[in-house]
Design a protein around this ligand. Structure first.
Ligand code: ZN
Length: 307
């Protein structure tokens, strides 16, 4: 299913001297955008770029192409009792980076997402009070990580406040591929119209173009998306977004983090940080814990059930 250009996420948010750009790197889909030629069909070969190494990297210096970032994190031994996720690997992708605002040149660099070109990364949005999406997404990711590790999972973050900027959306996808993770989620807060509220989950459209081929992940990502939508809604009570998507779900073909993923992956826009009510909730640590619980529950269901 292809949707046309999303209506949100291009709103710039002025925050003092900063300008924060909306998350999801929305805007027109690849139609009409230059699509670089590629002679390499199929999924991209995971490569760690020289400007960025995976968080759990064990070596410094030269990049190690195709080295799974999970290598340093030895798999948990099978422990059926109380550890339903033992042996499973989950990648959490905290959207944006608190340092992006100081590295606009780097993050504005155009990268190849298969069916077009997009900025390497964006700054993300923020509440009126100045709570940034980057801080929100990292905090919630930490909470998800703690919950999933308690269930035995190996949990890897694409960035953990340990990169000066980014990583680029292409590298965020490559990270999960290189880890051969069972599933991934990119955690965001939206920068929609202030009158709109609610959360939504973004699933990958089928994209076969250049470096992108989501054929193998669309179905499992859809299943993951439904589980995240239902669980997040149940645990947080947050309504489905009333300004985008359909019943809390959207499908997009213009997000590099999805286009280039070789593992089941979705995005969640946990709420609209430009909306006063959502902003209030997202600023509350107790609500963020529920948000994390809802997402962690969805991964548990995804990895322990079928169909
Ligand atoms: Zn975002």
């Amino acid at each position: 299913m292809n949707r046309t250009a999303p209506l949100i996420t291009l709103l710039g948010v002025s925050l003092g001297a900063l300008t924060l750009t909306g998350c999801g790197a929305g805007g027109p889909t690849a139609a009409g955008l230059a699509s670089p030629p590629s002679s390499a069909p199929g999924l991209p070969t995971p490569q760690m770029p020289s400007t960025w190494s995976p968080a759990p990297a064990t070596t410094a210096g030269a990049p190690a192409p195709a080295t799974a970032p999970a290598a340093s994190d030895s798999p948990a031994p099978a422990s059926p009792t109380g550890k339903p996720l033992a042996g499973r690997t989950i990648v959490l992708d905290p959207g944006h980076n608190p340092g992006n605002v100081a590295h606009t040149t780097e993050i504005n660099r155009q990268v190849d997402i298969g069916n077009g070109r997009k900025e390497c990364d964006t700054t993300g949005t923020a509440t009126d009070a100045g709570y940034t999406e980057a801080d929100y997404s990292l905090d919630v990711s930490h909470r998800i990580r703690d919950l999933l590790k308690a269930l035995g999972a190996t949990v890897l973050l694409t960035q953990d406040g340990d990169h000066p900027w980014g990583p680029c959306i292409t590298d965020r996808a490559a990270f999960g591929n290189a880890a051969h993770a069972d599933a991934a989620i990119s955690v965001h807060g939206d920068g929609g119209p202030a009158s709109g509220s609610g959360f939504h989950v973004i699933m990958p459209a089928k994209v076969v173009a250049g470096k992108a081929d989501t054929t193998a992940i669309t179905a499992p990502s859809h299943r993951l998306g439904l589980l995240v939508r239902d669980s997040f809604h149940t645990v947080t009570g947050e309504p489905y977004a009333d300004y985008i998507g359909d019943q809390g779900l959207d499908t997009r073909d213009d997000l590099g983090g999805l286009n280039l993923s070789g593992i089941p992956k979705v995005f969640i826009e946990c709420g609209n940080m430009r909306n006063a009510g959502d902003a209030q909730r997202m600023t509350d640590p107790q609500w963020r814990q529920r948000a994390a619980q809802g997402i962690a529950d969805a991964f548990t269901a995804f990895l322990t059930t079928t169909g």
